[in-house]
Design a binder for this molecule. Sequence first.
Ligand SMILES: O=C(O)CCC(=O)C(=O)O
Length: 383
Amino acid sequence: MTQGMTAAAHAEAMATYAQAGLKRAEALGNRGPLRLGPDGRLVPEILEAYERTGFYVFENVIDEAELGVLRGELDALLERAPVDNGATVDRHGRPAYGQEFARPVFSLIRPLVDPWGGTAALGGRHPVKMRQPAFGDEAAPKVVFLMTGMCQTMASGLRLYGHPQLLAVAASINGDDFVPYNDAIFIKQPGQGGAVSWHQDGVTHWDNPAWDPGIHGFNFQVQLYDTSAASCLWVVPGSHREGKIDIPARLAANGGEEQLPDAVPLACRAGDVTIANRQALHGSFANTSRDFRASLTFGFHRRASVLGAKGALSEEGSVVYDEARIEARSKVIAVAIDARAQHYPEAPRFSYAPLAGREGELAFTPENWERIIRDYNLNDLSI
Ligand SMILES: O=C(O)CCC(=O)C(=O)O
């Protein structure tokens, strides 16, 4: 991908592209309130639109009070981020947050870069680098790009994971016995956030004779702030049905230009929640806009897609996801449901079928936090 562009020129090019993209998005009919039918499942119109386009924007799902708590906890973590990957101090010279966890909480990058594009990272699924506009200050500090482990780093993150409407969406799409994938918070600092180059998430089932458009599951993104077309995730509608896409060829056919003509932005208001099929072609551009984006991203799979599969992406390839591994990771859902129910006792509580009847054993208690939540992401189920 052509490099050597100034941030101002990039922002200008994005503005024109964004306007056209927003128009295309409007016509898709895949945005509105999260509506469940009397059976507790997503209403058929929403499922149809999701299956047709590969994504849906649920408007106004998380209320202002919950958003405020999520933002406050996230801000506190960002204040205590290490100054670099592997560093032990934050920018105030204090011990950086999260060093006690097995996996690093923070991943930092130089402003405006695309850390994965054109590299072998994550199974090489991001084959072409996005534009990396010049930031203009070689000595600028690194910025947080990604954070993992929201169920252990944020009490509000664990409660969000137990949200009854979101879990009902997971059951509607992946069946009552759905299983977790992983979670990550994408941080796009204004004028500094990095790019995530065009990719499809799934890596396991492309050649599976039982392949279908839903076999690699989906991701939620909960938006803590208003996002614009310049800062948000973009998706090529319907691409989840195409099988494995030759991304370099698709970009070459677009003259090597990263602004794919059929992609649309998932621009959201704070409190909106998106779902995106993990097979959809998607990505996001260097954030040369003034908008801050914090997207709490967590996914769910069909049990049949995961059971017996080998570890992939950032998981050990030698591991096979058996019943015990799936149960260990799924218990996070049960504890999250109880954490939410204890915090919002008047609100409905989701019943997670695979662990039904074990609510007492899987209550949100200090002991279960240590036993089930601490380092839970060592048991992520990546396919
Ligand atoms: O939010 C973004 O910018 C990228 C998200 C993404 O690529 C993903 O969830 O797989």
